[in-house]
Design a protein around this ligand. Structure first.
Ligand code: DOR
Ligand code: ZN
Length: 345
């Protein structure tokens, strides 16, 4: 039985596009379905100044398929050397949409992140003044904290104290993986949270039971099932506090399938079909548009897209490419573990 769902064209509020041949290879996967995406600044070296962001934006625009109107929303990587004036002018001039906080050492290419929060207070105060959002990778890096607890501990030790110091600062708690994050955000002002496609689908068993699955490994790592259930409830609630940020993060297959594999799930190719499946299974297809297309722009105080996409359901499962070939090597596409009958028409 054919069935379709038309929604406002979605945005991806957390995306890794990399650079060079990888950028060229994977950018079409996002530009096909999404109107805009917040572009993560964790290149090597990271995007730390307005000048870097402008140059990176130009490289993204040059890599876009002909005729695409995809819009990259740039971010700066917060370091202890970030200049408040540079951030303020990049934001008010429309070059950047947000600033990204990585606690030093938390994840891929985060070595330049923040160790001493006192040293970034002037930047954060300036951002609160001009209305620039802080995107947060919410994990502590202390070696004594269990990796499955790092998000919950971050909320208590870092996020909440920071918010007490600057309550006006607008924050996105990115790629939430815990009920703790969902509950914290529900109760607070000036903070919203993004949720990835894969964290709505996998829990930690999917990574570890029956053999290790490197393509399901990302940071923050997927937690136990009760947390996935909380994310699912939040995402399908329609609440304005929760929106899509895929954290689609390509690494070549040799870098994933390794004795020390990189963190990152690449879901750009099939995110909207996967979400349609998840929302249908939850009897919440009417909430997909708020999650993917409306709540994000509201949080970032941007207009909702004017275009539409049509999701179509078919009897036979849709075949998505297992891998995307790039000039740097192949990148494995997220496998939800069940057949998907939806596609973007
Ligand atoms: O899994 C992840 N991959 N988490 C991050 O925070 C970074 C990302 C990447 O850049 O590969
Ligand atoms: Zn990320």
């Amino acid at each position: 039985m054919a069935r379709t769902l038309t929604i406002t064209r979605p945005d991806d509020w957390h995306l890794h596009l990399r650079d060079g041949a990888m950028l060229k290879g994977i950018l079409p996967e996002t530009a096909r379905d999404f109107a805009r995406a917040i572009i993560m600044p964790n290149l090597v070296p990271p995007v730390v100044t307005a000048k870097h962001a402008a140059a990176y934006r130009n490289r993204i625009m040059a890599a876009l398929p002909k005729g695409s109107d995809f819009q990259p929303l740039m971010t700066l990587y917060l370091t202890e050397e970030t200049d408040p004036a540079d951030v303020a002018s990049a934001f008010t001039g429309g070059l950047i949409t947000a600033v990204k906080l990585y606690p030093a050492g938390a994840t891929t290419h985060s070595a330049s992140g923040v160790k001493d929060f006192n040293r970034v207070m002037p930047v954060l105060e300036k951002m609160a003044e001009v209305g620039c959002t802080l995107c947060v990778h919410g994990e502590v890096t202390d070696p004594d904290i269990d990796i499955f607890d790092r998000e919950a501990v971050f909320i208590d030790r870092i996020l909440d104290p920071l918010r007490r110091r600057i309550p006006e600062l607008r924050i996105t708690m990115e790629h939430m993986t815990t009920k703790d994050a969902v509950d914290y955000i529900a109760a607070e002002e000036n903070i919203a949270g993004s949720i990835t496609t894969h964290h709505l689908i996998i829990n930690r068993n999917h990574i570890l039971v029956g053999g290790i699955k490197p393509h399901y490994y990302c940071l923050p790592v997927a937690k136990r099932e009760l947390h996935r259930q909380a994310l699912l409830a939040a995402a399908t609630s329609g609440e304005a506090k929760y929106f899509l940020g895929t954290d689609s993060a390509p690494h070549t297959d040799p870098n994933k399938e390794s004795a020390c594999g990189c963190a990152g799930v690449f879901s750009a190719t099939n995110t909207m079909p996967c979400l349609a499946h998840v929302y249908e299974a939850e009897n919440a297809l009417d909430k997909l548009e708020s999650f993917a297309s409306q709540n994000g722009p509201a949080h970032y105080r941007l207009p909702v897209n004017s275009g539409k996409i049509v999701l179509a359901k078919q009897d036979d499962p849709v075949t998505f490419p297992a891998k995307i070939e790039t000039g740097e090597g192949s990148v494995t596409v997220f496998d939800p573990g069940f057949p998907i009958h939806w596609r973007v028409a």
